[in-house]
Design a protein around this ligand. Structure first.
Ligand code: FES
Length: 583
């Protein structure tokens, strides 16, 4: 067996026994000499590069930079692929496969001889999936996110990939954007690789990675095409070698205080509601008891200090040019747990810049924020007993307290068939409801929560309505959309029981969402109503998913993946005791 070494990889490569022989021989077959593998920290580069994930297409170059950093610091880099999740091309939704990717990442890290890993993630779900997997494997880990793409320019104006595109789509439906302009917009919309450049889910998750302490300070906002992105990757590679030697594990970084810091940061940038699900899921992996109520508590004291779309005006690139996430965290310092340990091996306070001078245009200070606290609300009531969320910072203030009759759609197909019907009984006061779109119902909880405004109302000048669903919403989207209703309709939630004309009341400041029905009426409908739910899939991964996915209020992880094992990094007993397999 291996000589005594703190490195996990020494179990593979350190021994003079038959397994050691076989493992080194396998590496030699790949062209790596004994010098490369023996006695050095082996750093896995977990690469979510894929040609069907356009946001991550530059990751081969980033992986090369990580490799340089690892070698420079005396480690041995080994790159490996995993499932990757492309937000724009993957159907029905990447969220259906987040847990699959997380399992792939976890088991790859655990099963191979990695002493540390560098996670390369960018597009929305690739980042939380890697964090979830790395948290469960609990091998030293540091993340490099892809950086915001170069902003598109259309008719002389910088546009975000999502936020502005939604506006243009409404103009197409209104008939005020010509098809020729529509084609020009398509050609202009994606000028580079990198993730969506506004504060959508990817930018939010990148900021959260920094807020959690799982990357180097300043890493999140560096543009994808800026040479400093490669330098960040190189430095993370080098840092991973030190982390392997120090034994600094995700479970030491991902503490309850780290989650508080990340949530505070998320709220201060007007981040995506999708991040709520991901943070709940990651917390579940490390045994941190995070609840929706904690989001509400932190929202109550955290104002919006970053002026980025969709809640503000600018793009992430502008945040980078005024100091990036470290500047934001410096502004937030009074609200942060600054003694939390980060991937640098130092505390949040050690990592902060000594001072920051908010310009009042891109960054604001806590006393003069762009919006007051409570940019996110958690609402509950007889329509959402376990809770729902609404991003109030991207909603219409006059609709945050609203009562109106429901217009109910049983599914996405039902909605697409009817929402533009001139005979649809809908007014600006109506509350649009979409159900059977939650984790089990869709399945996979797609980003369908920004229900379209019916065209006949658009033509009347209506630009926002109260919309309620058990679905998610793109982080680049906006509007008065109540999301993540739990329990979902397909899991027996009351959302599945309401009917057209039922009066729904939303009071976001008070944290309530209810339907004007008595408990007895709800019980009666439960006995007699057809919720419109379709039969669940019975084959393959989708069947596993619907059988084990948890509800949105706990993050939609699989029930069997929650919690820490006693020694999650340990290989199963007996793995190294016998003959070697694979020949
Ligand atoms: Fe990949 Fe937005 S579509 S980050």
């Amino acid at each position: 067996m291996a000589e005594s070494s703190p490195l996990k990889s020494s179990r593979w490569f350190g021994g003079r026994d038959i397994p050691g022989f076989a493992h080194r021989a396998a590496m030699r077959a790949s062209g790596f000499s004994r010098m490369a593998v023996e006695g050095r920290p082996v750093v896995g580069i977990c690469n979510s590069w894929s040609e069907v994930v356009n946001c991550n297409m530059h990751f081969r170059g980033l992986a090369d930079a990580v490799r340089r950093g690892v070698l420079t610091a005396g480690g041995f880099p080994l790159e490996f692929p995993t499932v990757s999740l492309g937000e724009q091309l993957m159907k029905p939704t990447t969220m259906l496969f987040r847990n699959l990717m997380a399992m792939d990442v976890e088991e790859s890290i655990r099963a191979y001889p990695f002493d540390a890993v560098v996670l390369l993630g960018g597009c929305d779900k690739t980042v939380p999936a890697q964090l979830m997997g790395a948290a469960s494997a609990d091998v030293p880990a540091i993340m490099v996110t892809g950086g915001p793409a170069t902003p598109a320019v259309f008719d002389g104006r910088q546009i975000g990939v999502g936020t502005d595109i939604w506006h243009y789509m409404d103009r197409v439906r209104e008939g005020t954007l010509s098809m020729a302009d529509y084609d020009r917009l398509e050609a202009a919309a994606g000028p580079s690789q990198g993730h969506c450049p506004e504060m959508g889910t990817a930018s939010t998750m990148a900021a959260i990675v920094e807020g959690l302490g799982m990357t180097l300070p300043g890493a999140a906002a560096v543009p994808a095409m800026d040479s400093r992105r490669m330098q960040v990757a190189e430095m993370c590679g080098a840092r991973a070698v030190d982390m392997a030697l120090e034994g600094l594990r995700p479970s030491q970084v991902l503490t309850g205080e780290a989650f508080d810091n990340a949530i505070t940061l998320m709220l201060s940038v007007g981040g995506s509601t999708n991040a709520i699900l991901h943070l709940l899921a990651i917390a579940g992996r490390v045994g941190v008891n995070l609840t929706l109520d904690r989001f509400a508590e932190l929202a109550d004291r955290t104002p919006l200090v970053v002026n980025v779309r969709p809640a503000g005006r600018h793009l992430v690139e502008q945040v980078f040019h005024v100091g990036g996430i470290p500047a934001v965290m410096k502004i937030l310092e009074p609200l942060l747990h600054t003694h939390a340990i980060t991937a640098t091996g130092k505390t949040v306070r050690d990592n902060l810049p000594s001072a920051v001078n908010p310009d009042g245009e891109v960054l604001a200070d806590l006393d003069h924020p762009f919006q007051p606290p409570n940019g996110l609300a958690v609402v509950r009531g007889n329509l959402a007993p376990a809770g729902a969320v609404i991003k109030t910072s991207a909603a219409s203030p006059e609709l945050l307290v609203h009562e109106g009759p429901a217009v109910v759609f049983d599914s996405m197909g039902d909605m697409m068939a009817r929402f533009d019907d001139p005979d649809l009984d809908v007014t600006a006061d109506s509350v649009l409801v979409l159900r059977n779109t939650g984790p089990r119902g869709a399945p996979g909880m797609p980003e369908w929560g920004q229900l379209p405004i019916p065209s006949k109302l658009l033509r009347q000048g209506v630009t926002d309505m109260v919309r309620i669903s058990d679905a998610r919403m793109s982080g680049t989207a906006y509007g008065t959309c109540v999301l993540h209703v739990s329990p979902e309709s397909a899991a027996g939630g009351p959302l599945g029981l309401i009917a057209d004309g039922d009066i729904i009341s939303l009071d976001a400041p008070a944290g309530t969402l209810s339907v004007r029905l008595s408990d007895a009426e709800i019980d009666e409908r439960r006995r007699t109503s057809d919720t419109g739910a379709k039969a669940p899939p019975r084959r393959g991964y989708a069947a596993l998913y619907v059988d084990h996915v948890m509800q949105a209020d706990t993050g939609c992880d699989f029930d069997f993946l929650v919690g820490r094992s006693d020694d999650p990094a340990a290989e199963p007993e007996g793995v190294f005791d016998g003959w070697v397999g694979g020949w």
